[in-house]
Write a protein that binds this ligand. Sequence first.
Ligand SMILES: Cc1ncc(COP(=O)(O)O)c(C=O)c1O
Length: 411
Amino acid sequence: MPHKIADDFPVLNQTVNGNRLVYLDSGATSMRPVAVLQAIDDFYKKEGANPHRGLYDLAQRSTEAYDGSRAVVAKFIGADYEETIFTRNASESLNMIAYCYAPLVLTKGSNIVIPISEHHSNLVPWQVLCKSHGAELRYLYVDKSTGAIPDSEIAAKIDKNTKIVAFAHVSNVLGVMFPLEKLVAAAKAVGAITVADVAQSVPHMKLDLHALDVDFAAFSGHKMYGPMGIGVLYGKRKLLEEMPPFLYGGDMIEDVREQETDFLPPPSKFEAGTQNGGGAVGIAAAVNYIESIGWDAIEKHEKALMTRLIAGLNALPNVTVIGNNDPDARRYGVAAFNIDGVHPHDAATILNDYGIAIRAGKHCAHPLLSYLDVEFKACCRASLGIYNTEEDIEKLLATIPEVRRRMNFVD
Ligand SMILES: Cc1ncc(COP(=O)(O)O)c(C=O)c1O
């Protein structure tokens, strides 16, 4: 890494319960560097007017900041400006597809296919939609020991009645990357559209959505070093043109007559009302920050940390890595594990006593945890960001044995 990245993140410079904070929950939300905080502060201190509304200087500069932020984000994900819609978060983006596009293609007897490992945000909207349309929600069952989706599942589940194939690019529990190209090819072969939930991949790898050829994609700013409250919906231009608006209101209107309304084309068509200007500026600053470090450095650093983490977890007695436990298998950002006989909530609470922040529970993926049939139907998850260091990983590995000791196991 070019410099000690953690120094760019003021929140990391604190002690928790008398210990240096070791933040290992970036899969839930990543922290924000000074550059992002500064950009948001500047927007409200120096511009702060409502974008797209006024003709005075401040309003023009707000408009430039907002539209300019979209251009930065669009370039970052390999999309066109018109295809990049600001939302509140990945959940809202996925719901927008389910509410607005899916009803155009879903009929009684058709089906939607998703992996069993999906985050609820990419599962519940489809479940509700299938129920209301008399459609079937079909699951691709992952291999329990590798987390991978077998080709046979793709071949068996995607058929001529499939209208939508929705999947995480990277699973928020298993950490594996799903075979996006295969899923896109299988969906295309039957005329289904694809929805990629890239919430857990966008902070860890360079994405080119045009090259990946997905129809829709969704992610959140707060998992990629940006602020909370801003997310992105990507859609191919033709699909966004066909899709009706989600919300109606100001700033998405071409003309309104007493009984009719003409909408602006995308992206404005999907951004009714005053938007999150500070959030847009913040997510663009996060993109610039990531690019200033560079993908090669980020990937190399995170891969080294993850390899050490998985190898270290494997070496600990009474610890089981969930999904693929091969240290060399590429995992992106997240390592899920369990400590024998210890409920993950107890594990996380005890680790917090040592200043270590991990997530524990079902990770908004209840069907996956039931399917994996792990103890307590829950697990611990340590997730990485660019600011984590070898020291953080060693601290976690050295503290995990304390958890069983504190729970009165005699090992
Ligand atoms: C894979 C995945 N998809 C979607 C989401 C939902 O993100 P948000 O809560 O920002 O809408 C998450 C959040 O953890 C996630 O991990």
